[in-house]
Design a protein around this ligand. Structure first.
Ligand code: SF4
Length: 150
């Protein structure tokens, strides 16, 4: 942990002193939140949500980002015990497999609660990044997303 903190501090110093833009690839959400100004969330090699760190972390719009954020530990045991989570079923498909429509469809908790018409769009059309507020999100049904993140 101390080596990790040292590396992060060094990267922040280098970035600030030299005015560099850094691309930092990580699975540790706490590190990402600490070091980044903007974040791109990827699923199966595609960006599914991109935007300012506070917006993506505090108000995620894509169901995959919502599941990631709801799985991140919170250092308050009371909140951690009682919060609702967005859960994913199934395994990650093979990146080599051909998937029509949305690549997240087989595990998407929002897809499961959509009606047949909305699902048909997920089945047929591969969603591209579309601007929603100050973020870009690759989901056809952002406005129907009532999944709770907490
Ligand atoms: S497009 Fe459909 S399957 Fe893909 S993330 Fe959105 S709701 Fe889920």
């Amino acid at each position: 942990m101390s080596i990790q903190a040292g590396v992060i501090n060094l990267l922040q110093d280098v970035r600030d002193k030299l005015g560099l833009a850094l691309i930092f690839v990580a699975h540790d959400l706490a590190v990402v939140r600490q070091i980044a100004d903007e974040v791109a969330v990827m699923y199966l090699g595609r960006i599914v949500e991109y935007g300012p760190i506070a917006s993506v972390f505090d108000r995620p719009k894509h169901p995959y980002t919502q599941a990631l954020m709801s799985a991140a530990p919170i250092p308050d045991p009371e909140i951690e015990r009682n919060r609702e989570r967005v859960l994913l079923d199934g395994d990650l498909p093979s990146p080599a497999e051909r998937i029509d429509g949305c690549r997240f469809r087989t595990r998407c908790p929002l897809y499961r609660i959509l009606g047949p018409e909305q699902r048909a769009r997920c089945d047929a059309d591969d969603p591209q990044l579309v601007t929603h507020g100050d973020e870009q999100v690759a989901c056809h049904h952002v406005e129907r997303n009532t999944l709770i993140v907490g």
